[in-house]
Design a protein around this ligand. Structure first.
Ligand code: EPU
Length: 424
C-alpha cells in the first residue's frame, strides 16, 4: 500500500518554499470555462486536485497543455455544457464550481454531486439559494448517480443575495455565475478568504467587473464576455501554516518563503502565544522554536479568523504543549477525526460530546505508530506528528495528502526531515 514512512525527532532547519494556493487554483481552473478563450495559469501547485481539475476540463472539450510543472495553458472555447465526467467530479469538492461557471456561460448547468474531505454534512443550500436568486431553476437528484441541474429561460439576472452562513464555496459559485449575468449582483455576508480575492483578480483580469472581494459585500456587474488572460496564483497559506507548525513541533528554525505574511497573521499570533518566535519579512516568515510550548485556546473561524484547515496541525502542537489546550471548531461539524490517529501516537485528547471542541493534555513526546491520513489536513497533521515523534511513523491513505501538498517529501527532506514515500 502506498505510504509515507517518517523517522521523527529531527528539528526542521533551513528554508522551504511554498507553492500556489490549492483552493484558489481549483476555483480559477473551473472559472476558465467562463473565458471561452486561451488562459495561461501560473504557480499552480503540482497536486492531484489540480491535475484532476484539468482532466475534467479536458474531458469536457477544453484544450489543455501543461507548459511546465506549475503552468498550464487552457482554452475552453469548445467546452460542452453538462459533459463533466461523473467519476472525476466525485473525487473533489471544488468540482461544484462547474455549476457557477456553466451557468454564467451557458445559462444552464449539469454536474454530479462533488466529493472532497468528510467533515460530516457538507450542504450546498447556499449555492442553490444564490443560483435561484439569479433566476435559475435548480434540481438536485440524489440517487445512485446523484446530480445537480440548473436551467434558465433566457440567462441569469443580477440580484442581491444574502448568505445565511459564511461560505467560501457559495461565495465563489455565485461570483462565477454572476460575472456574465445581466445586471448587478451583490453578495452580502460573503466569505473574505484570500482565494476569493484571487479569483476576483483573475476574473477582473479577464474583463469581469467585480469589486469588494475581501470584504463581506461583493458587487459583480455582469459583462457579456470574458477574455483570455495570463494569471499567477497566490501562495498557499495553509501549506505555509503547516510548515510553520512543523518547525515549532520539531524544535526547529525554518524560514518559509514565497508567502504573504498577512495571510498568516492568525497562525503567527497563536504560535507567539505558545512561546514560539515568529519573524515576518516581505515574502517570508521565520519560525524559531524557543524550546518551550505553552498551552493555548483556539477557535477556528472564517477568514481572518484562525483557519479550520489548520485545526489538525495546530492540534499536534497542542499535544506537545505544557498544560491543557482547547481547540473549538467553528466551521465544520466533524473536524476531529484525526484525534483517534494522534491517540495511537500517545496523544491525550478528549473530544467533547458536541464533537466541536477538544481538550489536549500536553504529553512529554509523541511516539511513532501506524496511522492513517483520514482527510487532507488530518494527513498533514499526522506527518507533523511523525516528524516530531520518537521513532518511526507509517502513514497510509496518503492520496488525501497528495490532493493538496505539492512535493511534500522533497520539501521536508530539504530541511532535514527523514520522510519517504513508498509507492504501491
Ligand atoms: N455551508 C452551508 N451551506 C452551504 C455551504 C456551506 O451550511 O451551502 C456551511 C458548511 O457546512 C460549513 C460552513 O458553511 O459549516 C463553511 O463551508 P464553506 O462553504 O466555506 O466550505 P467549502 O467551500 O466547502 C472551502 C475549502 C475547505 C475549507 C472551507 C472552510 C475549497 C475547495 N475547500 O470548503 O478546504 O475547509 O472552505 O474554509 O476551497 C481543505 O483545503 O482542506 C479544505 C477542506
Amino acid at each position: 500500500m502506498e505510504r509515507f514512512v517518517v523517522n521523527g525527532g529531527k528539528p526542521l532547519c533551513g528554508s522551504i518554499e511554498v507553492g500556489g494556493m490549492k483552493n484558489a487554483a481549483v476555483a480559477i481552473i473551473f472559472a476558465t470555462i467562463l473565458n471561452e478563450d486561451e488562459c495561461i495559469i501560473r504557480n499552480l501547485p503540482d497536486i492531484s486536485d489540480v491535475s484532476d481539475g484539468f482532466a475534467i476540463l479536458e474531458q469536457m472539450g477544453a484544450d489543455v497543455e501543461r507548459l511546465d510543472r506549475n503552468t498550464y495553458r487552457v482554452n475552453t472555447k469548445n467546452v460542452v455544457c453538462g459533459s463533466s465526467p461523473y467519476e472525476l467530479v466525485r473525487k473533489m469538492r471544488a468540482s461544484y464550481y462547474i455549476l457557477g461557471a456553466e451557468l454564467g456561460r451557458f445559462g444552464r448547468a449539469h454536474t454530479a454531486f462533488p466529493g472532497g474531505c468528510d467533515f460530516g454534512v457538507r450542504p450546498i443550500d447556499q449555492h442553490i439559494k444564490g443560483f435561484r436568486a439569479l433566476g435559475a431553476d435548480v434540481t438536485t437528484v440524489e440517487s445512485e448517480k446523484s446530480y445537480i441541474e440548473c436551467t434558465t429561460e433566457s440567462g441569469l439576472e443580477g440580484a442581491t443575495v444574502y448568505m445565511d452562513v459564511v461560505s467560501v464555496g457559495a461565495t465563489i459559485n455565485i461570483m462565477l455565475a454572476a460575472s456574465r449575468a445581466n445586471g448587478v449582483t451583490v453578495i452580502e455576508n460573503a466569505a473574505r478568504e484570500p482565494h476569493i480575492v484571487d479569483l476576483a483578480n483573475f476574473l477582473n483580469a479577464s474583463g469581469a467587473m467585480i469589486s469588494g472581494a475581501g470584504t463581506d459585500t461583493i458587487k459583480i456587474k455582469g459583462v457579456e464576455k470574458l477574455r483570455g488572460t495570463d494569471y499567477t496564483i497566490i501562495p498557499d497559506m495553509i501549506e505555509a501554516g503547516t510548515y510553520m507548525i512543523a518547525a515549532a513541533a520539531t524544535g526547529g528554525d525554518l524560514t518559509i518563503t514565497n508567502v504573504i505574511p498577512k495571510h498568516l497573521d492568525s497562525v503567527s499570533a497563536k504560535l507567539i502565544d505558545m512561546g514560539v518566535e515568529v519573524e515576518e519579512f516581505d515574502e517570508a516568515v521565520r519560525v524559531k522554536s524557543t524550546g518551550k510550548l505553552e498551552a493555548i485556546e483556539v477557535k477556528t473561524l472564517p477568514y481572518p479568523g484562525f483557519p479550520t484547515d489548520m485545526n489538525p496541525q495546530m492540534g499536534v502542537l497542542m499535544c506537545l504543549a505544557t498544560g491543557n489546550s482547547v481547540m473549538r471548531e467553528g466551521v465544520w461539524d466533524s473536524r476531529f477525526r484525526y484525534v483517534e490517529e494522534l491517540k495511537l501516537m500517545g496523544a491525550d485528547i478528549q473530544v467533547d460530546q458536541s464533537g466541536k471542541a477538544a481538550t489536549f493534555k500536553g504529553v512529554e513526546n509523541l511516539v511513532g505508530a501506524h496511522v492513517r491520513a483520514v482527510d487532507l489536513r488530518a494527513g498533514a497533521a499526522v506527518i507533523v506528528a511523525g516528524l516530531a515523534a520518537k521513532g518511526t511513523t507509517e502513514i497510509t491513505q496518503i492520496h488525501h495528502i497528495l490532493r493538496g501538498y505539492e512535493n511534500i517529501t522533497e520539501k521536508l527532506r530539504g530541511v532535514g526531515a527523514e520522510i519517504i514515500l513508498i509507492p504501491d
